[in-house]
Design a binder for this molecule. Sequence first.
Ligand code: ATP
Ligand code: MG
Ligand code: MG
Length: 554
Amino acid sequence: ESKAGSNFVKAIVAADLESGKYQAIQTRFPPEPNGYLHLGHAKSICLNFGLAKAFGGECNLRMDDSNPTKEDIEYVNSIAEDVKWLGFEWAGDIKYTSSYFDQLYRWAEELVEKGLAYVCELDAEQTREYRGSLTEAGKHSPWRDRSVEENLDLLRKMKAGEFKDGEKMLRAKINMAAPDMCMRDPVMYRIRHVEHHQTGNKWCIYPMYDFAHGLSDALEGVSHSVCTLEFAANRPLYNWFIDNCTSVVPAELGRPHQYEFSRLSLEYTVLSKRRLIQLVDDNHVNGWDDPRMPTVSGLRRRGYTSASIREFCDRIGVTKSDGVVEMASLESCIREDLENSACRAMCVLDPVKVIITNYPADKEVEWLTAPSHQNIPELGERQLPFTKEIWIDRADFREEANKKFKRMVTGGEVRLRNSYCIRADEVIKDESGEIIELRCSYDENTLGVNPEGRKVRGVIHWVSASHGKQAEVRIYDPLFSQANPMAAEDFLSTLNPDSLTVKKNAWIEPSLVDVAAGTNFQFEREGYYVSDPDSTAEKMVFNRTVPLRDTWAK
Ligand code: ATP
Ligand code: MG
Ligand code: MG
């Protein structure tokens, strides 16, 4: 059964193709390269590239790079990598808004010549004051009625670098009484004497989003320009620029239309580059790809597969209503994926030594064969060393317990996963009373066979003490301890101080040594884990992706 959520944009595109409004569709994903992509961007990527794929169209990857102060080539590269990793291919080369700067500037002169734009000298505070409010019309700037010649001359001087930052700006001349605030003579260009990662020092005036965006869409022949709901109010302005600059838009391309959908919000995290940058810069996390981050690179390092993220985006659907998605929905997507794809392995997180007293002293090791996945023979088998000394998890033994405890108790018998049944005979403690060793006996007739006439309590996992390897396991919990961190006055005050627990003395079966970084496993009875790039030949490092079962259920 399909779990896909509804998608109203898909219905619009289907209708537009059927009616012949467009012959083919063209979409775009337009990130600003001022941070790494997060799960909200993944939603937009899956939507835009997904539409193109579903209807045989194309999707551009466009760096919306008109604000050089906060942008960087590092971000450009990470964005391209993440889009590819998510499984999508953009049409042609990566596009840049900055590569349209010449054309945009020609349009600006055109608007000046048509009397639709003017150079204004109000400062930021005055501009705000003149704009008015929702209940009050704005006032005309004293510079609004300059002649075309004077405006053109000043705009050219702005471009030539004759003024300082903020001294002048170019504004569209629309309507200072418009009920839509964005139509009250919006800024088109501001002066910024900064170097740009693509255009170097060629420009000292940079176009504003509203001016650049729709016209870039038009230049690329975008048919459906999909963005998030907060831009709904800007749609009249999006259309105004396209309507008034048509002279340069190739007619055969048709004109782009903007559609808005609701942003993704996810519980216990923040999906905003500005906030995520703060977490990185202030060292609350170890970089953009910290496995606790809701970034695409963080999720990847956490062990999320691209298929699970696409599935998640499919399930949440595309609507116009704002909602907050539960973390459990995201986790169930990766759990369902890995349940049917990840190899099984054993890892003891909190080890306690077991000595099998009746195991022959002269037998160094016995290699047992176990399937990599109980239901998927194609995944093959692995060799497990069984030895006289093994590790089991401390939580799998209690000196006494009632029948509900399906693990090992003194005098009780359990099966070692993929191996023999053992019985706990004696408990060895140190002076403080902590258990340091369990003396057990094994039944050599129980390999793959149930013991006769007795019931074992349960199955526990284990690792050979002599042939296993010590490893580091990083267990992640939510980065924030409140479902909505942004509801707090300072979102940083809701950071979860226990979001990372490092187990430095975990033990892994030898088949896990040397696996490539990014390999997913189910550590039996523990959860899904992935090998981390921090792994070395001496010590493997694993990250917990998710526990085996949903722990969010209230
Ligand atoms: P942020 O607030 O995180 O900086 P942004 O919208 O400013 O996000 P852009 O780089 O401009 O970041 O976004 C590129 C595209 O991704 C835009 O079309 C935007 O609408 C979309 N997008 C960003 N965040 C989300 C989100 N939470 N849900 C859905 N789409 C999003
Ligand atoms: Mg943006
Ligand atoms: Mg932003």
